[in-house]
Design a protein around this ligand. Structure first.
Ligand code: PEP
Length: 246
């Protein structure tokens, strides 16, 4: 591990959004940021990975998948292997997003197995953690996030192969964000407990062009995982600009 300062990262999660026509957004972003001083990546649906790799060719914007299977290959209809993501041009993969944990019953152990598969394929895993509204109301935020961190990161997680995204479930797609103090508390806890002090800690949940600068000014925030506001180059570009200025 060379650089001991966490990398600043803006990652866009397109979720199940985007047809070929939307590749124009990736092209516009690539044109706006030929050489950003932070890591910027887009994570489109699997169908757009290969064409988006072409659209981003020559730019400094990277590509990521949204999930991968723990197995290298085989009889897993509808799933995607980490090597397939890498083969399509991805360098990262989002793992353990709360939508996958909630809608597909993904456990911490499964996320850890997927992260191992990602590493084996040469990908960096962006591991998502976060409490529900009920867990926060019950004062269990650090307990929940701590258990997810311990269970989702196998031994060997370093800044070279892993990024952590703190994404309160109640903040995703809701327009609500935690207070700066709440984000500071969780990020300080993650920093204390992360296996490598240089692992980047992203905040995710309703980041938009209007609040990005304020969020990037919060101690311990190394960047953002952005959902809805990453779909349009003009919005995600404004978030990247805020990160570069932070
Ligand atoms: C996400 O789904 O990872 C996310 C942060 O979504 P949004 O930015 O839309 O809240």
């Amino acid at each position: 591990m060379s650089d001991r300062t966490p990398k600043r990262i803006a990652a866009g999660n397109w979720k199940m959004n985007g047809l070929s026509a939307e590749l124009a957004e990736a092209e516009a972003l690539a044109a706006a940021f030929p050489a950003p001083a932070a890591s910027v990546l887009l994570c489109p649906p699997a169908t757009l990975l290969a064409p988006m790799a072409q659209a981003l060719a020559g730019s400094a914007i990277g590509l990521g998948g949204q999930d991968c299977h723990a197995a290298e290959k085989g009889a897993h209809t509808g799933d995607i292997a980490a090597l397939m993501l890498a083969d399509a041009g991805a360098g990262h993969v989002i793992l353990g997003h709360s939508e996958r944990r909630a809608h597909h019953g993904e456990t911490d152990a499964q996320v850890a197995a997927k992260l191992r598969a990602a590493w084996a394929a040469g990908l960096t895993g962006i591991v998502c953690l976060g409490e529900t509204a009920a867990e926060r109301a019950a004062g269990r935020t650090l307990e929940v996030v701590g258990a997810q961190l311990a269970g989702s990161l196998p031994p060997g997680a370093t800044a070279a192969n892993t990024v952590i995204a703190y994404e309160p479930v109640w903040a995703i797609g809701s327009g609500q964000t935690p207070t700066p103090e709440e984000i500071v508390e969780v990020h300080a806890f993650l920093r204390q407990n992360a296996p490598d002090p240089a692992i980047s800690l992203l905040y995710g949940g309703s980041v938009n062009p209007g609040n990005a600068a304020q969020i990037f000014a919060i101690a311990g925030v190394d960047g953002a995982l952005v959902g809805g506001a990453s779909l349009k180059a003009v919005d995600f570009g404004a978030i990247v600009t805020a990160l570069l200025a932070a």
